[in-house]
Design a protein around this ligand. Sequence first.
Ligand SMILES: Cc1cc2nc3c(=O)[nH]c(=O)nc-3n(C[C@H](O)[C@H](O)[C@H](O)COP(=O)(O)OP(=O)(O)OC[C@H]3O[C@@H](n4cnc5c(N)ncnc54)[C@H](O)[C@@H]3O)c2cc1C
Length: 386
Amino acid sequence: MITLPGSLATTQQYVRRWADDLRAGALELDRDPDAIHRYLDLPAVRFLAGHEVPPDWDRAGPEAGSGPAHGLATLERVLVSEELARGDAGMMLASPGASMCGVLLSVLGSQEQRDWVYGILAERPRWTCFALTEPERGSAIGEMTSTLTPTGDGSYVLDGEKRYVGNAARADVGAVFARVAGTERLGVLAVLVDTSDPGFRAEPLPTVGLRGVQLTRITLDSVHVPAERVLGAHLPATRRGMWSIVAVFNQLRPSVAAIALGIARAAHEYVAEHRGRLRGAERDLHEALGQRIDAARQLTYRAALAVDARPSAGHLASAAKARACELAEEVTLAAPGFFGPGARVDHPLLDKLARDARGVEFMEGTRTIQKLNLFQGLHTGKVGRN
Ligand SMILES: Cc1cc2nc3c(=O)[nH]c(=O)nc-3n(C[C@H](O)[C@H](O)[C@H](O)COP(=O)(O)OP(=O)(O)OC[C@H]3O[C@@H](n4cnc5c(N)ncnc54)[C@H](O)[C@@H]3O)c2cc1C
């Protein structure tokens, strides 16, 4: 059993308190993703945007770009993600801020690049996006077809198409992954893009789950990328390519597991709150689901601690992501059963939670991909069997 360090108790208290505000906007945002603009003053949203730092927040993050919304250790991000997603995962993911871009910057960004991005975010609530997935290739980094063509002076021209990218139509800054033209499968770089630059176009897509995050199709048509926007160029060659990209995904994955746990908890707590005292088989089922949520949280904490100790240790993160997403689907599909026929119509939040649980399954790679990753870890002995 992993007990959270005392310093994280303050974090947990704050975010728990803020989560209920997110719930208040959940269904409105689900109907209209633009509603996020009406919630920018909520403490949770200001916190995610990097504009609210509680004065007694106990944290150590002296390096540039650190702060509650960015530069969090994986375990802390897991805790924040679960609590806020329990409030509403859609509102959390729709909030402005550094988000996934912040994790990328913490691994691959130079001081100047962090200053550039955080300088933009400091002005007012602004969004970032993280563009990896492609229409025909999914998120397989090695198969990426978006290209960066060198211009000879350290700059590049970026072309391609991205799909299912959260918040891109609202973003001022994007991190885009692409392959350097003429290189092999692993010649992938991440670059920062100013979304107002010519050639960058983002259009929202119709979606069913986690609608607040407003998934987007991006077209990149000869976007100029100056040399100073290429991430990792200041790092040794061994640290700037695939290694760093894998480290970024390893750090993000436990947070996605935590979002799934937050969704599962929201449905589980909704049943307890709206059904009152349960008896017999119903009580047994509800208790069993609660115990499984607690067990999946322990696995997620272990995964986060493993990644914080060694950024390449991502196999448990895959296990946690797969387990938490499976459970989120199971709990959100079981919850309407406690209310009888028509429950998803009579309890719109339960309907939304079931759709959101399906959505989180795809974020950061599906269960199949996570299981493949875990099996590789088991096969190579990088992860223990206990
Ligand atoms: C809410 C949400 C937010 C997202 N945000 C972003 C974002 O901000 N940026 C971004 O770039 N992307 C984002 N995505 C996209 C997400 O990362 C992809 O949907 C995900 O990685 C899966 O890729 P895909 O949809 O192309 O499916 P595919 O990878 O094509 O998979 C389709 C199916 O085939 C299975 N499959 C694939 N490969 C194998 C294999 N080798 N063996 C067995 N089965 C396999 C999968 O399990 C799945 O069932 C988001 C998606 C969602 C739903």
